[in-house]
Structures are given as C-alpha cells and as structure tokens.
Design a protein around this ligand. Structure first.
Ligand SMILES: [Zn+2]
Length: 191
C-alpha cells in the first residue's frame, strides 16, 4: 500500500493524508482513488467529513469542496466509489431494512440488471459475482460503480438544510435523490 497526499481543490483548506487503494480491474475509474481517513479530514479542518473506509475520486472530492462552500448544513459522506462487493452489500442492506423488489425496480433505471440479481440467491457472494459480470459487460447498475456518485448523511438535517443542500447540488450541475432506506441524500455529480 502506498501512502499518498490528497489535496482538495475547492476551499484551499483541505489537505488529507490518504492511502491509495488497489483498484479492482473491473472498476473503470479514470482518476486516482484514495481511501479517506476521517481523522485526517478533521485534523485538516476540512469543510466536509467522510466516514472511515469511504473511497473518493478526485472529482468527488472537488465537488464536495464546492458544495461545502455553498451550504451551512454539516456534510458527512457515507458512501462514494463502490466496488461490486460494496454495491452488493448496499443493495442487500436495503432488502434487509424492509425494501421490496418493487422498491429496487423503482429506484434503479436498469430493470434488466435488477432482475438478474433478484433471480439469484440473495447472498453477498452471489450478488457480487453478478455485479462484476455486469460491470465486465459495461453495464453499471449504479453511478457509485463509475465514481460519479456520493451519499451524504441527511438524518441530522432540518428540512431547511435538506432543501439548501438539494438546491446547491442542482446549482453545481448535480442531481440528488433523497432516499429513505437507509435515509441519505444520493448525489450524482456532473462530469
Ligand atoms: Zn447513492
């Protein structure tokens, strides 16, 4: 593992020591990927924070810098770039939390990819393998798999703070969806 220095571009206040990760060959990322240390973020006085283990691409970190400069709400990133295994875990967690197959079809644009998953045994191993196969075919269920999406913790925000963040995301050219299970704001960043 190589230690790397990550420097955000938006605020000039962000200097994060991160560890570069080995990127699975199936993950079609163009930029550098680093694992962000939440402790390092706080020490650097960053305007946003990320849970330990969250993987961010440069484009995502730059978007967070810009977003944090526009809002007063606390910005905590709960998910960024996902491997197939992390995406499988996120989907299975939704089902375990009470969401149904219909909820998955409603949330994701690719019904064919969701159908492939639902036809299989609902295990991390099986769903990871299916997602890896889809990725190898160039089929991406989620923009988290291509390094274009972020999840922000929204449960501590007031309605006004949620509206403020949603408006700022739109003003920055992004798109957001307030998801309920588990509650978070999903953001797709502009390219
Ligand atoms: Zn998301």
């Amino acid at each position: 593992m190589i230690r790397g220095l990550f420097v955000g571009t938006g605020m000039g206040a962000l200097a994060v020591v991160g560890a570069m990760l080995a990127i699975p060959a199936a993950l079609p990322l163009l930029g550098m990927v680093r694992k962000v240390s939440s402790t390092a973020l706080r020490a650097a006085g960053a305007a946003w924070d990320a849970l330990a283990g969250v993987i961010l691409e440069d484009r995502l970190a730059a978007f967070l810098d810009d977003l944090a400069a526009e809002v007063n709400a606390t910005i905590t990133v709960t998910s960024g770039v996902r491997t197939a295994a992390a995406q499988a875990a996120a989907l299975l967690a939704k089902l375990e939390a009470g969401e149904t197959a219909d909820d998955l079809f409603a949330l994701y644009k690719r019904d064919d990819l969701i159908a492939e998953l639902l036809e299989a045994e609902q295990t991390l191993e099986a769903w990871t393998a299916i997602l890896e196969d889809q990725i190898s075919r160039g089929d991406f269920l989620s923009s988290h798999l291509t390094g274009r999406a972020l999840d922000l913790r929204s449960r501590d925000w007031t309605a006004a703070e949620l509206a403020e963040v949603e408006a700022a995301v739109a003003a920055l050219g992004g798109r957001s969806v307030h998801e309920s299970t588990p509650e978070h704001l999903h953001i797709e960043v502009p390219s």
